[in-house]
Ligand binder design. Structure first.
Ligand code: NAP
Length: 259
């Protein structure tokens, strides 16, 4: 996993990004890599081994292909985090919980009756972020002079109900609250929920083609036609700026359009 870091200002930083193979996570990883200085390591996680490997060699980072929706994948990811973070020479932890999915958005609330489908969705979209974060924080314990920052990639859906999106809205709302609890439990931590805005990614393609609710589907189509989708790199740059300024209240939900 060791890469030795780059010439950037953040020395001795252990930086982990989930869902880094494409979309927002990949854009963010590309922006974070040049920030890392000597003694830093960037670790990328997602399922797609090839895409992840290509990005890792471009950024001279480490990568662990893992399905965070499976027990086996979570074991692999957690072991990699423990191995990386046991190194007490790091002075900073930056964990970005970005991986996520929409679930079956063709279904309305009343179509969601398959317990296994629902549990599988929440297991990946809620439980894996909780488990990875707690594993990272235990491995990289509070130490004098060290800083630890945890980011939850959130959404407007944590705040607003979208028809056909019961699973996604519920998961994003749960994650925001989970990370607010972490912020009050651990005042020494920096915790941020960042809603990146409507991004021009694979996820938006699914939103405008698969959403069951016609009005919502048309709304997503119009957003694309009218050029309202945000480039991932533009939104990732705003998150980077928030992290650099480091003045957000811990536990806050900050939206792309707020800044
Ligand atoms: P995306 O293009 O669909 O990318 C999702 C990322 O998560 C990919 O790297 C994917 O990689 C990874 N992933 C998916 N399932 C996984 C699994 N089971 N295990 C491990 N990794 C998995 O989505 P995006 O638009 O970049 O979204 C990134 C984050 O922003 C998500 O949390 C999303 O909810 C949030 N967000 C997006 C929008 C938007 O408009 N797109 C708006 C608000 C919030 P693999 O397929 O290789 O595993």
């Amino acid at each position: 996993i060791r890469s030795g870091g780059g010439p950037g200002p953040w020395a001795g930083t252990a930086c982990v990004v989930t869902g880094a193979s494409r979309g927002f996570g990949r854009s963010l990883a590309r922006l974070l890599a040049p920030q890392l200085g000597p003694g830093s390591v960037l670790l990328l996680l997602a399922r797609s081994e090839d895409a992840l490997g290509e990005l890792a060699s471009e950024l001279r980072s480490g990568c662990v292909p893992a399905d965070l929706g499976s027990e086996e994948g979570m074991r692999r990811a957690s072991a990699a985090l423990r191995e990386l973070l046991q190194d007490s020479s790091f002075g900073r932890l930056l964990l970005i919980n970005n991986a996520g999915s929409l679930g079956d958005i063709s279904k309305s609330f009343q179509d969601l009756s398959d317990l296994q489908e629902i549990n599988t969705y929440f297991s990946f979209n809620i439980s894996s972020a909780l488990c990875l974060t707690s594993t990272a924080l235990r491995a990289f314990g509070a130490r004098p002079g060290c800083s630890r920052t945890v980011v939850n990639i959130s959404s407007l859906c944590a705040r607003e109900p979208f028809p056909s999106w019961a699973l996604y809205c519920a998961a994003k709302a749960a994650r925001d609250m989970m990370f607010r609890v972490l912020a009050v439990e651990e005042p020494g931590l920096r915790v941020l929920s960042y809603a990146p805005g409507p991004l021009d990614t694979d996820m938006q393609l699914l939103a405008r083609t698969r959403t069951g609710d016609l009005g919502m589907r048309q709304k997503f189509q119009r957003m694309q036609e009218q050029g309202q989708l945000i480039n991932s790199s533009v939104s990732a740059q705003k998150l980077l700026q928030l992290l650099q300024e480091d003045s957000f209240p811990s536990g806050a939900h900050v939206d792309f359009y707020d800044i």
